[in-house]
Design a protein around this ligand. Structure first.
Ligand code: SAJ
Length: 415
């Protein structure tokens, strides 16, 4: 099958870079998003999200006509669905965006089309998407009923790129391709070969779904181990950073870094998809989530105790983003910690975040002030390190010698 035109449904953190990289490989790409403002920005050759170098690629492919954005799905040879899969308040996967995407593409589907689900999904979601499409298009056959003879091919190929390194990882990372039929996998490989230099590893859709959830749960469980260690070490008066450094000198030990909690839109969410599918069996995965979710609360308590020693506590909060050297504040444990400190009136809060211009309104309205690193250190009596940004790694011991230090990232322990 020849794939000349691809429609990417959802132009967010994954869909837009994927659309742009695919377009720069020479494929005609139609990007579809319900957000009219995003569509308008992209068609101007600009971007509405933050990712290094993405603006240049988008500008180039929009100006040479290879990428065009629209709010209405159009006919194409292949469709890539890259929409959000959040969880509901009771931690069940919310597939409503996938269902909306199926409703949007069903009317324009035709025989020989390939539909790939890229969104991180609970096991069974690709089959569900295919069932929704089949319901809406009884005139076409799908792999769940027609196997290798199906008119429409369906596969899952989870995105696995690291925010901040998306353009490189989109090309270099291996891809797991789970077709609902052999023909579906082959068509998906042909699609990804346009821009992927890594290996395309073939499996079925359910295993591909579980592979993605497993990768992020593996990381979550390992971070939970280090977060638990940090709490145990506080109790036993041991420096956790020194401890980890020593233990990691064993040839088969590689402990990750403790922090103020796990943020981002993936690692703190995806393990719940496993828990909701196998609630009785996923005991370690659930406990890891609970440990990581508890860590911001633990940090707030530490700061509150330290603040009791001062008549007028002034806390320099270093970093607000969910991890180092990015400007992404969504689902950030650092923001949660600062917001909770503000809600409890723990003291004067000076937030230092070199990657943003203005504080989120919720923080500003609760009295948090934005400050430069120099001013915050000069005014504060407590130093709270929440993110290991490169600007903070330059700090020397004399810069904070007179402050009470609560360092969730081990910056002040760097040897
Ligand atoms: N963190 C720690 N300690 C560590 C490592 C990370 O506390 O040793 C924290 C970070 O500070 C952050 C959170 O974990 O708050 C997540 O950061 P991350 O860099 O581990 O991952 P993400 O969420 O930016 O991207 C992950 C990646 N998954 C894996 O590394 C297994 C990425 O490859 C996925 O594509 C992405 O999730 C996704 O979209 O699912």
């Amino acid at each position: 099958m020849s794939i000349r035109t691809v429609s990417v449904i959802g132009l967010g953190y994954i869909g837009l870079p994927t659309a742009a990289v695919l377009a720069s490989s020479g494929v005609n790409v139609i990007g579809v998003d319900v957000n009219e403002q995003a569509v308008e920005i992209i068609n101007r050759g600009d971007i509405h999200i933050v990712e290094p170098d993405l603006d240049q690629v988008v500008r180039q492919v929009v100006s040479n006509g290879k990428l065009r954005a629209t709010t209405q799905a159009e006919a194409a040879d292949a469709f890539m669905v890259a929409v959000p899969t959040p969880f509901t308040s009771d931690r069940q996967p919310d597939l409503s965006y996938i269902q909306s995407a199926a409703q949007a593409i069903a009317p324009v589907l035709s025989r020989g089309n390939l539909v790939v689900l890229e969104s991180t999904s609970p096991v069974g979601a690709t089959e569900k998407m295919s069932a929704w499409l089949a319901e809406l298009r009884p005139d076409l056959t799908f792999p769940q009923n027609a196997g290798e003879e199906a008119d429409v091919l369906v596969a899952h190929c989870p995105e696995r790129v690291l925010p901040g390194h998306v353009l490189r990882e989109l090309v270099e990372n291996d891809r797991v391709i789970g077709g609902m039929s052999k023909a579906s996998s082959e068509a998906a490989i042909a699609l990804y070969r346009n821009f992927v230099k890594g290996d395309c590893l073939v499996t079925n859709a359910r295993t591909a779904e579980m592979a993605k959830l497993t990768e992020n749960s593996f990381r979550d469980v390992n971070i939970a181990f280090s977060n638990e260690l940090s709490i145990i070490c506080d109790e036993l008066d041991i420096n956790v950073w020194e401890l980890i450094q020593l233990a990691n000198r064993h040839p088969r030990v590689n402990i990750l870094n403790p922090g103020p909690g796990v943020g981002g839109h993936c690692i703190a969410v995806d393990p719940w998809f496993i828990v909701s599918s196998a609630p009785e069996s996923a005991r370690l995965i659930r406990t890891a989530r609970e440990i990581n979710d508890y860590k911001p609360e633990y940090v707030v308590e530490q700061v509150a105790r330290a603040a009791e020693a001062f008549k007028e506590p002034v806390i320099a909060c270093l970093g607000l983003s969910y991890k180092a050297d990015i400007d992404d504040l969504r689902e950030s444990p650092a923001v949660d910690v600062v917001a909770e400190l503000a809600a409890r009136n723990t003291g004067k809060l000076l937030a230092v975040e070199p990657n943003i211009d203005t504080l989120p309104t919720t923080l500003a309205e609760s009295g948090v002030q934005q400050a430069t690193l120099v001013n915050a250190l000069a005014e504060a009596n407590i130093l709270l390190v929440l993110v290991d940004h490169m600007e903070f790694k330059q700090l020397a011991p004399e810069d904070y010698a007179r402050l009470v230090v609560i360092d969730t990232r081990g910056l002040t322990n760097a040897s």
